[in-house]
Write a protein that binds this ligand. Structure first.
Ligand SMILES: Cc1cc2nc3c(=O)[nH]c(=O)nc-3n(C[C@H](O)[C@H](O)[C@H](O)COP(=O)(O)O)c2cc1C
Length: 489
């Protein structure tokens, strides 16, 4: 035992075989090996060139992950050479550049080229009390449909057949607060609005439309030009010079109003000037000219995506500026240019909009130069003060005047009109009960003696247009009272 221990730690003689040697010196050998490996590792990680070479392939792998779709990478990138394979002397600089673009949904893209897949739809809006305009609207849509095809293969697919829309039937929010939603979402559609507006000096659906357009423009929650995405619009007015000889006396006054409000809501997208026709004189000719002009503009707009140079009066940049300055296109203009007093046109309010600084400066310049020319009037967009621009004289109207088609329609249904706004009608169930043909559900279910009922309302106007309404949609629609009020007694 003693000789063994001596051999392990103190025997100067070398061990007889490798196993003995290992048993004798393994601690020393292990320590030396660990030290050596540590040194080698330290040396390895301190060498910069090696690290770069090792990391390069890693970065390439990450890049490939980020761009999974092959078409998004251009042909140059596909041929990119890995850094290891570069010829000597050529240095690979920085990370690989990815060319391409964010892929948007097809519907949101806009390519104004003729090959564009966009389509155009004309919407023909009309109002009609005595059916002339309704017929004209349908004919116009039919003719437009033909002439926009025109045997021209290029335009055949561009235009969706025009739609005819009765202003008394549609929901204004769908068309005049934002653009209509296309049914086919795969192909983007540009809308072009046409209006056929007869004028009525009695309460009619035109008043509702005008009120809606005006409210939309002034609603602080909505953009002032929410229809600026329209391709364009144009208005044609129908009137009667026999009763309303001049525009000042009310000839086509509501078509002019619609045109003016649409200019505001579309951000001046008037594609063709306002047309006007006298039902008894020149309607066919004037309408024909207007329709021809509109067709030309439509073809141009559908292929280029814009209204081009425009035609005189259509509201291109110069003309709009003129309209703007002369007050034709702004209800905010407080004094007519021609009637403006020469020296009192400085400012009508203490608050001016920044957008008007240019005009205000011009006006001041003209003043200081002592120029006699009438400068444009300063405009205050921050107020909704009532316009003092001369309008066709408008008195408070009766809700259902005896001479109106509404009166005729309601009396034909069996109503008696009391005064100018109340209506009474015997319920059909009352008649039925009197004839012994059965009563209504109120009697059948609850025993109410409903055979004595009558339908009556103090106001024939209503704020809704319910499909089941007993007024059959022939009554005026309004959210406020704007008609003649009965005397107290
Ligand atoms: C009750 C009534 C009021 C009218 N008021 C006007 C008017 O103020 N200005 C005008 O130019 N024409 C006026 N007209 C004429 C109509 O605008 C014209 O006849 C039009 O063609 C009628 O179209 P419709 O048949 O589609 O209703 C009025 C017609 C009616 C029946």
């Amino acid at each position: 035992m003693a000789s063994n221990e001596t051999a392990a730690w103190g025997d100067p003689k070398p061990p007889s075989n490798f196993l003995d040697f290992w048993h004798l010196h393994r601690e020393v050998i292990l320590v030396v090996m660990i030290f050596g490996v540590s040194m080698a590792y330290m040396l390895y990680i301190s060498l910069p060139t090696r690290r770069v070479i090792k990391k390069q392939p890693k970065r390439a792998a990450v890049t490939t992950k980020l761009v999974p779709t092959k078409p998004a990478i251009s042909g140059d990138e596909k041929r990119e050479v890995p850094p290891e394979a570069l010829p000597p002397g050529v240095v690979a600089r920085g990370p690989r550049r990815i060319k391409g673009e964010l892929r948007k949904p097809e519907a949101t893209r806009r390519t104004p080229s003729p090959e564009s897949s966009r389509r155009t739809q004309v919407l023909v809006f009309y109002s009609s009390l005595t059916t002339t305009t309704e017929k004209i609207a349908n004919d116009l849509a039919q003719n437009l449909s033909e002439s926009l095809k025109g045997g021209d293969a290029e335009h055949t697919d561009t235009f969706i057949p025009p739609s005819v829309l009765d202003l008394a039937q549609i929901d204004y929010d769908e068309y005049f607060i934002s653009l209509p939603k296309a049914t086919d979402t795969t192909t983007p559609v540009d809308y072009f609005y046409l209006f056929l507006i007869p004028s009525y000096n009695i309460d009619s659906i035109n008043d509702n439309l005008l009120e809606h357009l005006q409210e939309t423009h002034h609603d602080f929650r909505i953009d002032t030009a929410p229809l600026s995405g329209l391709l364009g619009y144009s208005v044609f007015g129908l009137g009667d010079r026999e009763g309303w000889p001049t525009e000042e006396e009310g000839f086509c006054f509501q078509a002019k109003e619609v045109d003016r409000w649409m200019a505001k809501l579309t951000g001046r997208k008037r594609a063709y000037p306002l047309g006007m026709g006298d039902k008894k004189l020149d309607l066919t000719n004037r309408l024909g000219e207007w329709a021809e002009g509109v067709t030309d503009i439509l073809k141009l707009a559908a292929t280029t995506g814009n209204l081009g140079e425009g035609v005189p009066g259509s509201g291109d940049a110069d003309e709009s500026d003129f309209e703007y300055a002369s007050g034709e296109d702004g209800d905010e203009v407080v004094v007519e240019e021609s009637t403006a007093p020469k020296k009192k046109n400085k400012k009508t309010s203490n608050i001016d909009d920044v957008e008007d600084l240019g005009r205000i400066m011009k006006s001041n310049e003209a003043d200081s130069n002592g120029s006699k020319a009438q400068a444009p009037i300063a405009v205050d967009f921050t107020t909704y003060s009532k316009s003092k621009v001369k309008k066709a004289p408008q008195s408070v109207k009766e809700m259902v005047p005896k001479s109106s088609p509404t009166y005729t329609a309601l009396t034909k249904q069996g109503y008696s009109i009391v005064g100018s706004h109340s209506g009474v009608k015997i319920c059909r169930w009352t008649k039925s009960a009197l004839r012994g043909r059965g009563s209504c559900y109120k009697y059948s279910f609850y025993g109410i003696a409903s055979h004595q009922c009558m339908e009556t309302t103090p106001s024939l106007s209503c704020s809704n247009k319910c499909v089941f309404c007993w007024r059959h949609g022939t009554n005026p629609v309004g959210t406020t009272w704007r008609w003649v009020v009965d005397p107290r007694r």
